[in-house]
Write a protein that binds this ligand. Structure first.
Ligand code: NAD
Ligand code: UDP
Length: 327
């Protein structure tokens, strides 16, 4: 099949492209490199079945494809709040353009939506029926409300124009290739730990998240795309941790001596988040398989290798010399 991945040079998109290329598909990666990077897709650049298009989805584009995985949108609060108006444009105008493309060429369209559509949830764990508790005028709204409109657009194109849609509500996902300056909690803690810096815990660290390793998530996205259910479907790992527990896990794996630096809790930071994945289990026969310890180990390895490559001075000796680390 010819498959378009918007946001394909980003964290999740590039892992998805790896899987699609290995399956032998013809893949088009469309990205404006706002938070994505060419190095994430470098290995496919000379492959005859791979095409890279530098393009901003807020502008229309004409392509012929069979499936569209629509992932283009910055996902880290730091990045999506940097230019909130652009974030809304990407979610609304960008999704409109990609749905228009899906309609024209009769492609199946998968929207990468988010657990953020539940806002600061009043029910726990979150089921897909829950309609959410989102502040429409807060600093997260450009993303939360943007994704809610994106979901509305997908369902309206489905009802009005018979576009075949799939809607995934993705919960916190982590793994290799996250940006070092990404600002999300896993990458922040790993980078800080490897540099020997204190881990920045916002608030008291009592807020919870449920962390899904990227290979599990990509598997869920592909099952949803190729299955019969339009969704929305929660995709995430239901193992729930407080942020302080996550900090302790990273400390234990890198350096138990690391300090924890408590910082103010950002506005509208959701207090609890955990997916109910009954739908994914029954509809897609999907559930996560990678436990946090294993996923963190792989993520730490990736960051360590990248940071060493960029600048060995960046890492304290004890971190990059395994023999020294164990003394
Ligand atoms: P990411 O920031 O690594 O990737 C986003 C990609 O989209 C980047 O390559 C970026 O350059 C590209 N992009 C952004 N705006 C664009 C535009 N206007 N035109 C073209 N390309 C554009 O983020 P990610 O973690 O890989 O997330 C991918 C998708 O999954 C996003 O839609 C995000 O909302 C969703 N999601 C991710 C998570 C998570 O925990 N990672 C959770 C929920 C939802
Ligand atoms: N967080 C933290 N320290 C950091 C970055 C984030 O304590 O250095 C907290 C943040 O306040 C939130 C949680 O970790 O409660 C997850 O944040 P992230 O930005 O990864 O994703 P979110 O789920 O909030 O979109």
């Amino acid at each position: 099949m010819r498959i378009l991945v918007t946001g394909g040079a980003g964290f999740i998109g590039s892992h998805l492209i790896d899987r699609l290329m290995h399956q032998g598909h013809d893949v088009i990666c469309l990205d404006n490199f706002y938070t994505g990077h060419k190095r994430n897709i470098l290995k496919w650049m000379d492959h005859p079945y791979f095409e890279l298009i530098r393009h901003d989805i807020t502008e229309p584009i004409r392509l012929e494809v069979d499936q569209i995985y629509h992932l283009a949108c910055p996902a880290s609060p730091v990045h999506y709040q940097y230019n909130p108006v652009k974030t809304i444009k990407t979610n609304v105008m960008g999704t409109l353009n990609m749905l228009g493309l899906a309609k024209r060429v009769k492609a199946r369209f998968l929207l990468a939506s988010t657990s953020e559509v539940y806002g600061d949830p009043e029910i726990h764990p979150q089921t897909e029926e829950y309609r959410g508790n989102v502040n429409p005028i807060g600093i997260r709204s450009c993303y939360d409300e943007g994704k809610r409109v994106a979901e509305t657009l997908a369902f309206d194109y489905h009802r009005q124009n018979d576009v075949e849609i799939r809607v995934a509500r993705i919960f916190n996902t982590y793994g290799p290739r996250m940006l070092e300056n990404d600002g999300r909690v896993v990458s922040n803690f790993v980078v800080q730990a490897l540099r020997g810096q204190p881990l920045t815990v916002y608030g008291e660290g009592a807020q919870t998240r449920s962390f899904c390793f990227v290979s599990d998530l990509v598997d869920g996205l592909m099952r949803l795309m190729n299955g019969d259910h339009i969704g929305p479907v929660n995709l995430g790992n239901p193992d729930e941790y407080t942020i302080l527990q996550l900090a302790k896990a990273v400390q234990d794996m890198v350096n138990p001596e690391l300090a924890i630096d408590f910082k103010p809790l950002p506005q509208d930071d959701p207090r609890r988040r955990k997916p109910d994945i009954t739908r994914a289990q029954t509809w897609l026969s999907w559930q996560p398989t990678v436990p946090l310890q294993e996923g963190l180990r792989l993520t730490i390895e990736d960051f360590r290798a990248r940071m060493l490559e960029a600048d060995p001075e960046d890492l304290p000796q004890s971190v990059y010399q395994p023999s020294a680390a164990s003394t």
